[in-house]
Design a protein around this ligand. Structure first.
Ligand SMILES: Cc1cc2nc3c(=O)[nH]c(=O)nc-3n(C[C@H](O)[C@H](O)[C@H](O)COP(=O)(O)OP(=O)(O)OC[C@H]3O[C@@H](n4cnc5c(N)ncnc54)[C@H](O)[C@@H]3O)c2cc1C
Ligand code: FES
Length: 290
């Protein structure tokens, strides 16, 4: 899909479509890799929580680009922005291609797209909740929070210890880590929302905590329930299938409350991907549509 200047205008921030050279491909495991892209215009504009639409090959399979959070903003030794990286989990045709790319290959990269996280200041604390590849938007968010001096915790769950990545990156930013794995091979055995719930239960109600969550839909819904039960605000980054990333195809809609007892569909590529958890209708199949 080719994006025209008209499609890229009117989105509030400068969106660019670049043919980005692959500068690195770090395979973290059999499924996860981090691809570095030479895309300084995208990196310079990116805010935590935004995403790019990328395509590894110029052919028709896959036809459409796929959405990926901006994982890191890359800089050279002098601090000049040189590009972005994406953290990819191999699940299908595009992520297989991304796993296999070589340095020097070219990837179509459109961005930055979408609404970023709203970043809090002290005395607010920031508690990030990541499931699996849902870690991706939190590297840049953690950097932004650290720069503001916000006390930050990362609740990070994965299937097993070998799928917990970038722990030292977060530790070096002063982020407290609370880890869970489904098989108990690192941290607490179980789901990541359980220690979040316990921690909120024992946390002083007068303190101010902003929750940020990204991961599978079930985890997001559970985080939203826990946040509501404890009266805490929560921003979730939703991962819907996205055909265009620019509001044109409606493949990415999320049911949101409309303030009149009903709900309506919001295109998560432009209204999100970061959305207020308490406005999402997590069980839309049973609600009334207005
Ligand atoms: C805003 C946003 C940010 C994202 N950030 C990242 C990221 O940083 N890293 C990352 O690895 N992935 C991320 N994703 C998910 C990523 O876009 C999908 O994994 C990717 O599109 C899969 O492409 P594919 O061609 O490999 O899989 P396909 O061959 O298209 O699909 C393989 C299987 O996965 C299912 N599937 C495809 N996309 C999704 C999805 N979004 N949710 C659930 N199931 C899906 C398909 O239905 C199919 O069954 C993000 C998604 C969104 C919307
Ligand atoms: S991805 Fe096309 S409208 Fe959202």
């Amino acid at each position: 899909m080719q994006y025209t200047a008209a499609m890229l205008s009117g989105h509030g921030s400068r969106i660019v479509d670049v043919a980005a050279a692959v500068v690195s491909n770090d395979r973290l495991s059999d499924d996860y890799n981090v691809v570095g892209l030479a895309a300084p215009e995208v990196g310079a504009q990116s805010k935590p929580g935004q995403f790019v639409m990328v395509k590894a090959e110029s052919g028709v399979d896959p036809l459409l680009r796929r959405p990926f959070s901006v994982f890191e903003v890359l800089r050279d030794a002098s601090g000049t922005v040189t590009g972005v990286s994406i953290l990819s989990k191999r699940i299908g045709v595009s992520t297989r291609m991304l796993y296999d790319v070589s340095v020097g290959d070219t990837i179509a990269c459109l961005g930055p797209l979408g609404r970023p996280f709203t970043i809090v200041d002290p005395p607010n604390e920031a508690w990030m909740v990541a499931g699996g590849v849902g870690l991706a938007p939190f590297a840049t968010l953690a950097e932004a929070l650290a720069a503001r001096g916000v006390r930050t915790i990362l609740f990070y769950g994965a299937r097993r210890a070998a799928e917990l990545f970038y722990l030292d990156f977060f530790r070096n930013l002063g982020v407290e880590l609370v880890l869970t794995t489904e098989d108990g091979s690192a941290g607490e055995k179980g789901r990541v929302v359980e220690p979040l719930d316990r921690r909120l239960r024992s946390h002083p109600t007068a303190s101010r905590v902003m929750l940020y969550a990204c991961g599978p839909e079930g985890m997001l819904a559970a985080a939203a329930r826990v946040a509501a039960a404890h009266g805490r605000p929560c921003q979730v980054s939703v991962e819907r299938v996205m055909g265009c990333g620019l509001g044109g195809c409606y493949s990415c809609v999320v049911p949101m409350r409309n303030g009149h007892g009903g709900w309506h569909h919001v295109r998560s590529c432009i209204g999100g991907p970061v959305l207020p958890a308490d406005e999402i209708v997590w069980d839309a199949g049973r609600g009334s549509h207005a």
